[in-house]
Design a protein around this ligand. Structure first.
Ligand SMILES: C[S@@+](CC[C@H](N)C(=O)[O-])C[C@H]1O[C@@H](n2cnc3c(N)ncnc32)[C@H](O)[C@@H]1O
Length: 405
């Protein structure tokens, strides 16, 4: 059979969906399925199809079920292909005939006629998605009263946030600054073409992800441990704030990216590859930033896979590790040293519950320390989610707490 243009991207997207939904892989891991595609546009398309299918999965399934007499099994290939077909038509504005031509061959030797019939019925009728994606029931229950606002923030992929190396490093960038050393640009902006890229004047970092380091004072040559540091967004921030940074992580692959980031921006850090659960420092630190490994549900706008592969089991496992890392790090500070604990998770178990049980002395964040009108919680913690700053393009979900030794 002659190759159908665009079919490769759909094949890769189907593999990505399968990797996330059946094997519980992250979008990053699943994205490997698209790496074999020679064309950048095809790789980007495969990722967009998979991401939009996952973002709108509950609503796409409702449409599919409305057009079948007997519901297709959850893991049926025909359901997966139909999810992708509908996501392309309803979210990526692909004309139905192009969707049919590129996707139905994925079901060769299978229920092709059934899928064609369901898609034809839906495209002929009034099929539409709601303005806000529906969350899986378990996720909505976990996110409680913020669930609706978070879902609204999830409806569109996020803008591009840059953190600047210095106060004047944003020259030539035409965006909105929400705080010193920050620039927000429209989503889809191509990073490589922006002024300052080659010179390392800035790096890509969601605005919420830049908040933990902002809660430490200027370094003035003091020593900070960036614990769980790779790929280094916070390492770069701390170095640019005048700290002498030790960046520790146990992933050599991610540390390689950290080193490249340091090289591109001309910022320095001592890099240590080690397991934080076995490592001991030679001397205590003036400050520690613990950006702990987590379920990353706060990044659901760019990684909608977390909506479907994270449950109580993964959350509890992460919370356990976070508690242990925080316990250990608490012993590595000089008297009166500061520790900032952060996770990009929307789960209380990985944020509020960890901070409440911490043995260190709380150092509550004050309202005047936070930019753009963000307010600390009554406990002096910071909690962000994708429903916040909606008129400015939203925020990733983060939890941040500060302590004193
Ligand atoms: C949330 S990410 C860090 C992001 C990073 N701080 C930044 O701003 O770019 C968490 C990191 O923890 C690392 N990690 C997980 N378990 C670890 C352990 N036991 N020891 C050291 N690093 C660990 C992971 O490799 C991952 O890079």
């Amino acid at each position: 059979m002659a190759t159908i243009p665009g079919h490769g991207a759909r094949k890769a997207a189907l593999k990505m969906l399968d990797a996330v939904l059946r094997r519980g892989e992250t979008m990053e891991q699943a994205g490997g399925a698209a790496n074999g595609l020679p064309d950048f546009a095809d790789r980007a398309l495969a990722r967009a199809i998979a991401a939009e299918s996952l973002r709108w999965l509950v609503d796409l399934d409702a449409l599919i079920d409305s057009a079948t007499k007997k519901p297709l099994p959850e893991d049926a290939k025909a359901r997966a292909v139909l999810r992708m077909m509908l996501a392309q038509w309803l979210r990526l504005d692909t004309p139905p005939h192009a969707v049919v031509a590129t996707c139905l061959p994925l079901l060769d030797g299978g229920p092709k006629r059934l899928a064609h019939g369901v898609f034809a019925t839906l495209t002929r009728g009034e099929a539409a998605l709601p303005s806000v994606p529906s969350l899986p029931a378990a996720v909505a229950a976990r996110w409680g009263e913020r669930a609706e606002a978070i879902a609204a923030g999830l409806a569109v992929p996020p803008p591009l946030d840059l953190t600047l190396r210095a106060d004047d490093a944003g020259e030539g960038l035409d965006g909105e600054s929400l705080a010193p050393r920050h620039m927000r640009l429209p989503r889809g902006t191509s990073v490589e073409q922006l002024p300052g890229f080659a010179e390392g004047a800035w790096w890509v970092q969601d605005f919420a992800a830049s908040l933990p380091a902002r809660l430490l004072a200027k370094g003035e040559g003091r020593r900070v441990l960036d614990l769980c540091a790779a790929p280094g967004g916070k390492t770069l921030q701390l170095a640019s704030m005048g700290w002498r940074v030790t960046a520790l992580d146990n992933s050599s692959r991610r540390l390689e990216r950290l080193r490249q980031n340091c090289e591109r921006t001309g910022l320095a850090a001592e890099v240590i590859e080690a397991d934080a659960m076995g490592w001991h420092p030679e001397a205590q630190y003036d400050a520690i930033l613990l950006d702990a490994p987590c379920t990353a549900t706060g990044t659901c706008r760019r990684n909608p896979d977390v909506l479907h592969r994270i449950g109580e089991r993964q959350i509890e496992a992460m919370a356990d590790l976070q508690r242990q890392l925080l316990d250990r790090a608490g012993n590595w500070l000089v008297p009166n040293g500061k520790l900032v604990y952060a996770t990009c998770s929307l789960e209380r178990a990985e944020g509020e519950d960890i901070a409440a049980a911490c043995q260190l002395t709380p150092d509550p964040v004050r309202a005047e320390e936070l930019p753009v009108g963000l307010a600390p919680t009554p406990e002096g913690w910071v909690r962000t989610d994708p429903g916040m700053l909606a008129d400015k393009g939203g925020l990733d979900g983060f939890f941040i707490a500060r302590f004193t030794a």
